[in-house]
Design a protein around this ligand. Sequence first.
Ligand SMILES: [Zn+2]
Length: 302
Amino acid sequence: MRSLQLGSIRIDKVGEIDTLWFDPAWLYPGIEPAMLRHASLRDARLVEPVSQRLALSFHSYLIRAPGWCMLVDTCNGNHKTRPPAMAWQHQLASDRYLTNLAALGLQPTDVDAVLCTHLHADHVGWNTRLADGRWVPTFANARYLFARREFEHWAALHVAGPPERAGHGAFADSVLPVLAAGQADLIDDDHAVLTHLHDRIWLAASPGHTPGHVSVHVAAGGGAAVLCGDVIHHPVGIHEPQLYSIGDADRALAERTRRRLLEHCAGSGALLLPAHFPSPTAARVHDVGGGRFCFAFDDALA
Ligand SMILES: [Zn+2]
């Protein structure tokens, strides 16, 4: 597995589940067969040739700068009770995620910061782990950064109940214990995460999938990347940005945000690093005119 080095900043992928196949009509309720016929999607890593099922990965990104590191999103986590139909979230018991983190030279206690692009169950899972029957922060020395707007949205649902509404219990078991431990920082949507000489990491609001969704921008060493969380789930969303996903809370706003992201990546050359693109994951976006885009995988993290 390769690392992406931008100036003094290094980005790695930390995998939890490499490839899971999803029924396209479940993931994208408005999808039509023709939408899967784009040349770049004729790739068995992305679309299963016979069933046309779509591949998704579940992974975090680890961003390292001199003397500091941050995890972006924390996947599903272990031992979380979720609807059994969501088998990729329910009662996982795998050492894969922490083993992959260790392979990058880090123990959980080495992580300085954790940023969740949004508070869905598959982005907050490893925030906590079960210890003597209680949920405690997995990363004992980390500050956890939650966008205030996102946090308040889920806090209101949690208070209103039932708990299933607040991310099938994810807010209760993977966010509130971090607050209780005094490790949470509620931050603005445009929070500046890090500046090191000319190298910068900052957040930008990217609402629609959830109300307070944020993306992580990195600009360093003359290169750039956007860790866009769930603004785009699968590469079909680059070709068909009007397609809404099952999880998009505000479909129209999600589409506007998706188009803005694609325009940004195509115009600036920033590498797109989504939360669920299967390996090789990193994508270059190209504007083909008329509000349409295409992409090519980049082997930066392969
Ligand atoms: Zn997700």
